[in-house]
Design a protein around this ligand. Structure first.
Ligand SMILES: NC(=O)c1ccc[n+]([C@@H]2O[C@H](COP(=O)([O-])OP(=O)(O)OC[C@H]3O[C@@H](n4cnc5c(N)ncnc54)[C@H](O)[C@@H]3O)[C@@H](O)[C@H]2O)c1
Length: 701
């Protein structure tokens, strides 16, 4: 491998090239290389301009995230960026791929920016719980309007090159080799007598809108980014950019950044960043296992999930046959898919031709002819064991040898499903989440007989369709739904104790859940969970209070949004309190002898979350999940758990396992003790002052 940063010089134009695969992250070696290169070029009078370019697939795409924990090694970002900005000759950034974070910040310290027309530039620091800390908050509003700068950093969304040019972030767009384009641009600058143009010396753009922007962004943060510090700190730094000279503003940015890197929010987000990469490592699986080729897919069942899953594969360019028993379901499914795509087209995120191309990839069918050719079959019929067994027996006869047979079941025993085939090694759970085309999680359930190469193929499929694939073992509900059961059980019980649906949901939403669980039930259909529990043998411990509210609503046909009422009423698309439901459930609590304790918001939150965490500990001890961090990924990407809390297991560690354990013992005394048995693993870790994180490190397999 060559040098990380190399310099070449031709006709007075120097090119400084960063080559640090895979994404040219700006680690210490890159900073040291840039420092050396720019220092050396200063001493060369023949240099008239400098182009900063990158090898490989992208411009510098981020900072070195590991340094957040170890501390930034010398030379620091500010020193290097100042050296670049102080260059006596113009410096031009040549941007291709995605300039992100420190990559965008270094480009701001350059005097000019030339970008490939397919490139993008962004400052997504908030997704890691920090703010741009290498001058980004001070330089960006000196190049683009203050309001756009605030929006760009708050949203963490990169601007594409065309938008960036319009905003003034990029000076010129080029097609083809961006370094060549930047060299040509440099020559023009030199010929025109244009010198360096320091961003830090420019005034903030659109100062007249600063006060108004800060006010509206503060309101937005309070509403949509609650419980988080980094957006508030960002707005402080941006305000300083507008109110102070550059160097003083930089000090504010530094002070604002200082505490953030070690904040719980940033540690939680970093934890998930690494956890999402770790999920692909399967203990005990040899690296020599190769995936099977997957070129065509068949889906059985064109309902809610089947249609969504078909879109997932069509979006990845793969042909899909969708089989359903009913022609009207096929027509409806196809119409829904088209409507979904049309919405993307009208939003501008999909071209009309792309929509047509994707629709063409999806073939509806009433028979199984298309199934015989498929490399991968995914069953998504009703959640009914007998029906699934029938379907798999049929697939066993029809599917070609080596085809992977997946099931989208949410709870059922996949070993039993596999057992009806003569090829259980080819059977695996592929649990997509609703809406499948939107939700980023794919729970991959490895059954007892699942072959290693089938598992590896499932992980490859997840990557191909841009989902986070997390591997679980077979048990009721796998990782996600199994932990959901005690969480929602407590929520429902609180209703019988006198809490209203709104109180329960708002306690969970205040914690940061994307949606309260009762509103989720209304959205998904109250009957869905109820029927699953009935099929399982409703009534845990023969407890008549177990999920009683769901049962009562289902009995009355109050199935949620699809019928206009469930835990709430739905009027003109708005969720409103339903007094009738509140009274009904309170009365039922009284009838069943449930003590009317009217739990506080804190108690609701603790009961739901600690019950979930306790189950998570059981899942870990049983080996259903390989790692505590896998559970966190499942919850952050499939269940609306706030990312800035790091997932349930990481969150538990931040609360302290002893605190949680003690509280569970208290619930054991005051609530239904049958449900409040501390998981042995939680008990052990709590008593030894350990954590799930530590346990995971010690059990790295
Ligand atoms: N809805 C969710 O939120 C969700 C989420 C994850 C997983 N799941 C699971 O996905 C599966 C499907 O759920 P859904 O919500 O899409 O159900 P759904 O009722 O919307 O669709 C099921 C479809 O299967 C079809 N079908 C039934 N028998 C068939 C047969 N013999 N051959 C071909 N098609 C047949 C039905 O006509 C229906 O269109 C279930 O196992 C469910 O547990 C659902």
């Amino acid at each position: 491998m060559g040098e990380v940063v190399s310099t070449s010089l031709s006709n007075g134009i120097a090119v400084v090239r960063v080559d640090k695969p895979p994404v040219n992250a700006m680690d210490q070696s890159v900073r040291a290389g840039l420092k050396r290169a720019f220092s050396e070029l200063r001493a060369k009078p023949e240099v008239k301009a400098i182009v900063l370019a990158c090898a490989g697939r992208t411009f510098i795409a981020r900072a070195d995230i590991k340094e957040f924990d170890t501390g930034i090694a010398e030379p620091g970002y500010h020193e290097v960026f100042r050296l670049i900005e102080d260059s006596p000759v113009p410096v031009i950034a040549a941007i291709h791929g995605t300039a992100l974070g420190a990559g965008t910040e270094v480009s701001l310290a350059c005097h000019y920016r030339v970008a490939d027309e397919r490139a993008a530039l962004g400052l997504p620091e908030l997704t890691l719980g920090i703010i741009p800390g290498a001058g980004g908050t001070q330089r960006l509003p000196r190049l683009i309007p203050f309001e756009a700068a605030a929006e760009m950093i708050l949203s963490s969304k990169p601007a594409n090159a065309i938008q960036a040019k319009k905003l003034g972030l990029v000076d010129e767009l080029v097609k083809g080799d961006v370094a060549e384009g930047a060299i040509a641009y440099a020559k023009k600058l030199v010929a025109g007598g244009n010198g360096p143009r320091k961003t830090r010396e420019r005034p903030v753009v659109g100062v007249e809108k600063v006060a108004e922007t800060l006010q509206s962004k503060r309101a937005q943060v309070a509403k949509t980014m609650r419980n988080r510090q980094s957006p508030i700190k960002l707005l402080e730094a941006l305000q300083a950019a507008a109110a102070m000279p550059f160097d003083a503003g930089l000090e504010v940015e530094k002070a604002a950044s200082a505490g953030l890197q070690q904040s719980t929010e940033a540690r939680a987000l970093r934890h998930l960043f690494f956890a999402e990469r770790e999920v692909r490592k399967i203990p005990g699986l040899s690296a020599s296992v190769k995936p099977r080729p997957i070129d065509s897919i068949a889906i059985i069942g064109a309902g809610t999930m089947g249609g969504g899953i078909a879109m997932v594969f069509a979006n990845a360019g793969l042909p899909v046959t969708v089989v359903d028993a009913k022609p009207e379901v096929l027509d409806r499914g196809r119409a829904t898919i088209r409507k979904n795509y049309e919405r993307s087209v009208s939003r501008g995120s999909l071209a009309a031709e792309q929509m047509e191309a994707r629709m063409k990839l999806i073939t509806p069918a009433l028979d199984y002819a298309g199934v015989a050719k498929a490399d991968l079959v995914i069953e998504a019929v009703f959640e009914d064991m007998n029906l699934k067994k029938q379907i798999f027996a049929k697939l066993d006869q029809i599917a070609k040898p080596g085809a992977i047979l997946g099931t989208n079941t949410s709870t059922l025993d996949i070993d039993m499903i596999a057992a009806v085939t003569k090829r259980p090694q080819d059977v695996i759970g592929l649990h997509f989440f609703s809406p499948a085309n939107v939700m980023p999680l794919l729970e991959i359930v490895r059954a007892k007989m699942t072959a290693d190469d089938v598992l590896v193929t499932a992980l490859e499929i997840a990557k191909k369709v841009r989902k986070v694939g997390v591997v679980a073992q077979v048990c009721y509900g796998f990782i996600g739904n199994r932990m959901m059961d005690p969480y929602a059980r407590e929520a429902e019980h609180c209703l019988l104790e006198g809490a209203t649906p709104e109180q329960v949901d708002s306690a969970l939403e205040a914690f940061g859940m994307a949606m309260g669980i009762l509103a989720v039930f209304d959205l998904a259909g109250v009957d869905i969970g109820h029927l699953t529990r009935v099929a399982r043998g409703n009534g845990f411990h023969n407890d008549p209070t177990y999920y009683r509210p769901s049962a009562m609503l289902t009995e009355r046909g109050w199935l949620g949004q699809k019928v206009g009422r469930g835990y709430y009423r739905y009027e003109d698309g708005k969720r409103v309190v339903d007094q009738e439901v509140i009274k009904l459930l309170h009365a039922e609590g009284g009838r069943l002898g449930v003590p009317q304790r009217k739990p506080s918001a804190a108690e609701i939150r603790e009961r739901c979350l600690y019950a979930m965490i306790n189950e998570g500990a059981n899942i870990l001890a049983e080996g259903i999940a390989f790692r505590a961090s896998d559970i966190d990924v499942v919850y952050a990407s499939g269940y609306g758990f706030p990312r800035y809390r790091g997932g349930p297991m990481f969150y538990a560690d931040t609360v302290g396992l002893k605190t949680i354990y003690d509280r569970i013992l208290e619930f054991q005394r005051t609530l239904d003790r049958r449900y409040w048995q501390p998981a042995p693993l939680l008990e052990k870790l709590a008593k030894t002052g350990s954590s799930f994180g530590q346990w995971q490190a010690e059990h790295a397999r």
